[in-house]
Design a protein around this ligand. Structure first.
Ligand code: MG
Ligand code: MG
Length: 266
């Protein structure tokens, strides 16, 4: 597979990414105390199929569901189940779709009702670091520039940056080259090129960076049991600059939030 995509391919990846964005926007208005993560999973599967696509995660490496839903101290790859979510939880929801032969894949961490201040700040910082990373995804830079920016932003604020899981190229496969770690050294790694498309996805822990995996073979948790946040966007290099293919605006519309964070990357 090629490291770079044509502008036609980038438009197709954008179509898939935007369907993920709309799915997350639809879910945003459904997340409330008293529902189960399996309920959200079924809603998402129906929504994606109704829009002429198939869930991208379902069956990928034998994953059993449409969404990865990782509450609280789960980092990523949580499996939806019948447990009921309650006020004060956070839910990291990662969603992928396959449409017209191309994948979209991104994630958002949602607060359930009112959450404690410390966790709210974690969510804010982790999301800010996503955009700090995206800013570095441009011609003249390398993989290490994105990783360094994300790592430095979070570690300087006392958070743990997960090392074992990374972002990735995106296209006809869900996971393509290059790997996009959320840590690194400036000026090192693969050089960015026009037409590259990647998923940038910081996984940021309130406590230390250490993780464990449950014996379900999937769920990744923080070792210190503190909360973790995950924000992911799909981005292309167009005219030398980062261009967002995904958006959180459908989420913000559902939640009545105003934000100009995406303006520099339109
Ligand atoms: Mg993802
Ligand atoms: Mg991803």
């Amino acid at each position: 597979m090629s490291l770079t995509k044509s502008y036609e391919e980038i438009e197709l990846i954008k179509e898939s990414a935007q369907l993920v964005s709309k799915t997350l926007g639809m879910l945003a208005s459904e997340i409330k105390p008293g529902i189960s993560t399996l309920y959200l999973d079924k809603l998402a599967e129906t929504f994606i199929r109704d829009h002429g696509a198939v869930p991208g995660f379902l069956g990928l490496y034998d994953f059993p569901n449409t969404l990865c839903i990782s509450p609280n101290n789960q980092v990523v790859h949580g499996i939806p189940n019948k447990e009921i979510i309650t006020e004060g939880d956070i839910l990291s929801i990662d969603c992928g779709v396959l449409k017209n032969g191309y994948y979209g894949d991104h994630a958002y961490t949602f607060p359930v009702g009112e959450i404690d201040k410390e966790t709210l700040k974690l969510l804010k910082t982790a999301k800010e670091s996503l955009y700090v990373g995206i800013e570095q995804f441009k011609l003249g830079n390398r993989v290490g520039d994105v990783g360094y920016a994300i790592q430095n932003y979070n570690e300087s604020r006392g958070y743990g940056v997960v090392r074992e899981l990374v972002g990735h190229g995106l296209g006809k496969e869900m996971h393509e080259k290059p790997e996009m770690p959320n840590y690194g050294k400036r000026g090192t790694g693969k050089k960015f090129q026009e037409g590259m498309v990647v998923a940038i996805e910081p996984m940021i822990n309130l406590g230390t960076s250490n993780i464990n995996q449950l014996n379900d073979g999937w769920t990744i948790l923080t070792r210190d049991k503190k909360p973790s946040a995950h924000f992911e966007h799909n981005v292309a290099i167009v005219n030398g600059k980062p261009k967002l293919l995904s958006t959180f605006e459908f989420i913000y519309d559902s939640l009545g939030i105003k934000s100009d964070e995406e303006v520099p990357f339109k």
